[in-house]
Design a protein around this ligand. Structure first.
Ligand code: SAH
Length: 247
């Protein structure tokens, strides 16, 4: 839906922009070894960067965060400064599809709920060029957890994100691109609630502000449907965190 005015009334950057939580970021980070103050980390598609701030809390590395939406970057930069991470932190408006960093410059590339913008296979291929040999990739991606999902959920995702694949196939893609999988795990449903709960309030406010706008109603219905389906079909579909190492 191309009503960005409505989209950004809902997506204000005050909260997470995808499923996730502090606990999940910590858990994923716990599999990464050897990060110290000389390490460089990239957070691609950082959004307002609630996970970026958590990574900064967890390690002393230099962190670069990129996103296409400047207001998110401004929120993140402000929060990084407030928390005293400013000197080792850079926020840049840059597409993950057009990265201009020197090759093999990062010890870790992180991306929560954003690689779908490039597609999983394209994304992991592009990221690999910028990871040092032996460095890490940590990405979360919407995935089918097993084959044969019921029509209701399959039809929804076929329309929203047709490229969504089985978790097992994502692991195969990682291997085919020259990564060794360290681990993967499904985000708990409470991570969806972290994303949806504040969003629900904003969607309801939006519809009150635009009672006669059919696009507002469409947005409202779509957000509610997504929540309902994610809840109902947890067994079949979820966000999976993939942690891998460049071989
Ligand atoms: N990681 C954040 C945001 C996820 S939402 C979180 O978990 O909360 C996806 C983000 O990807 C949005 O902030 C969007 O602006 C950004 N994005 C979309 N296409 C992009 C691209 N090509 N390059 C970089 N960021 C992109």
């Amino acid at each position: 839906m191309e009503r960005w005015d409505l989209f950004f009334e809902i997506h204000t950057g005050e909260t997470r922009e995808g499923p996730g939580s502090i606990e999940t970021t910590r858990k994923a980070f716990s599999y990464i070894e050897g990060i110290d103050k000389n390490s460089a980390i990239l957070d691609a598609g950082c959004g307002p960067g609630w996970q970026t701030l958590e990574i900064a809390r967890l390690c002393p590395a230099r962190i670069t965060a990129i996103d296409l939406h400047q207001p998110f970057l401004d929120i993140l930069q402000k929060n990084a400064n407030i928390r005293g991470y400013g000197e080792r932190f850079t926020a840049r408006k840059l597409s993950m599809a057009e990265m201009d960093f020197p090759e093999e410059s990062f010890d870790l590339i992180w991306s929560e709920g954003a690689i779908y913008n490039m597609g999983f296979a394209e994304g992991i291929c592009e990221f690999r060029r910028f990871i040092k040999p032996g460095g890490y990739l940590a990405v979360s991606e919407a995935s089918w957890l097993k084959p044969g999902a019921p029509d209701e959920i399959r039809e929804f995702w076929d329309a929203e994100y047709p490229a969504m694949d089985l978790a097992g196939n994502c692991l195969k893609k990682l291997e085919a691109e020259g990564y060794e999988s360290i681990t993967h795990f499904t985000l708990p449903f409470t991570d969806w609630e972290e994303y949806f709960n504040p969003l629900k309030g904003r969607v309801e406010e939006m519809i009150r502000r635009h009672p006669d706008d059919p696009d507002a109603k469409k947005y409202y219905d779509m957000e509610r449907k997504e929540y309902y389906l994610c809840d109902k079909y947890q067994e079949w579909f979820g966000y999976v965190f993939y942690i891998a190492r460049k071989m």
